[in-house]
Design a protein around this ligand. Structure first.
Ligand SMILES: Cc1cc2nc3c(=O)[nH]c(=O)nc-3n(C[C@H](O)[C@H](O)[C@H](O)COP(=O)(O)O)c2cc1C
Length: 310
């Protein structure tokens, strides 16, 4: 319990219900070395003057560099930049190794790949509890419409897709109707309708949210897995994965075999089986609309497509 009376982990969990984009904020330190940190606290502030803000943890290695920086750059990441996000969320190692970048305003590094980029002059630095709030005046910006932004919500990387309720296209293929016979649309509709039915059941019956479910199914299959392997499998950065894992540990579903490995408990195995049974039943209900042979073919065909794209 902190002084607030809040449980810090629970407070973080509540905050993580607010989805954000992901940025890598960069500058140069006093020695002229490039410095960068993954940040989801970025936000717009003002249009006239053009101001943006983000906040940095006072415990960050790069705190001093940003506190003193005259210029910094905000690189908003695109959906294909999960590895870049993970790289800049880590400590110690040379974060810029193998990352393509150029020198921008005030020599702050600007990444070659981005969804958007804002080159800023530090406008103000405010106290913000255990963080410092940095406000930048935007001196230049650019964006890349060819990529969609990387999203971060509930500790998981995500991509933004149109909300299914916004798409009022007819479901059936009608003559001349493009959307109703378009594979991407059909896949997405099937996914969103199915998951909207499944996830609440997992929550109600097993007290497991979608992020926890992804971890549970992997562990139920393998028994134990390293945090690093799981991180890639479930698309959670290690720091967030550990937070999700802590919830599962508290529920008694998983345990730490050592600091870097998670293992499923006996109780977790039972829950894992229950989760899989719920998912199978839901899948069977959906596929009962098709003859068995066609159901099998549907899955085999999707697998073949995924293999082709791997
Ligand atoms: C998706 C994501 C968002 C993050 N957002 C912030 C943030 O807004 N501010 C911050 O100080 N750290 C944030 N972090 C954590 C830092 O990236 C991490 O602590 C990093 O190690 C800091 O680097 P440094 O210690 O080399 O300065 C975030 C991490 C992730 C994975």
């Amino acid at each position: 319990m902190a002084d607030t009376g809040f449980d810090a982990k629970d407070f973080r969990r509540a905050l993580s219900q607010f989805p954000t984009g992901v940025t890598v904020i960069t500058t140069l330190d006093a020695e002229g070395n490039p410095v960068g940190v993954t940040a989801s606290s970025f936000n717009s502030v003002s249009i006239e003057p053009a101001l943006v803000l983000w906040s940095i943890d006072k415990g960050a290695h790069s705190l001093e560099a940003f506190e003193k920086a005259e210029y910094f750059a905000v690189n908003v990441l695109g959906r294909e930049q999960v590895a870049t996000s993970n790289r800049f969320a880590s400590r110690g190692e040379d974060k810029f190794k193998d990352v393509a970048y150029k020198s921008g305003l005030g020599n702050a590094p600007i990444l070659d790949d981005y969804a958007a980029q804002f080159e800023c002059k530090t406008w103000a630095v405010y106290e913000g509890g255990d963080h410092l709030i940095l406000v930048g005046e935007v001196k230049g910006y650019r964006y890349n419409d060819a990529t969609s932004p990387l999203v971060f919500a509930r500790g998981s990387y995500a991509v933004s897709v149109q909300h299914p309720e916004m798409v009022k296209a007819p479901l059936m293929d009608e003559a001349g109707d493009f959307v109703g016979d378009y594979l991407l649309y059909l896949l997405r509709e099937t996914y969103s309708r199915h998951s909207a039915k499944l996830y609440p059941k997992l929550q109600e019956q097993c007290d497991v949210n979608p992020e926890e479910w992804r971890i549970m199914v992997r562990l139920a299959d393998k028994g134990n897995l390293s945090i690093a392997d799981l991180s890639a499998m479930v698309m959670q950065p290690e720091v967030a994965l550990r937070q999700t894992a802590d919830w599962l540990v508290e529920k008694g579903y998983v345990a730490y075999a050592d600091n870097a490995t998670l293992t499923i408990t006996e109780h977790g195995k039972e829950i894992g089986q229950k989760l899989q049974a719920i998912a199978h039943a839901e899948e069977a209900e959906l596929l009962s609309a098709l003859p068995e042979e066609q159901s099998r073919q549907l899955k085999d065909n999707l697998k073949a497509l995924l293999e082709k794209m791997a």
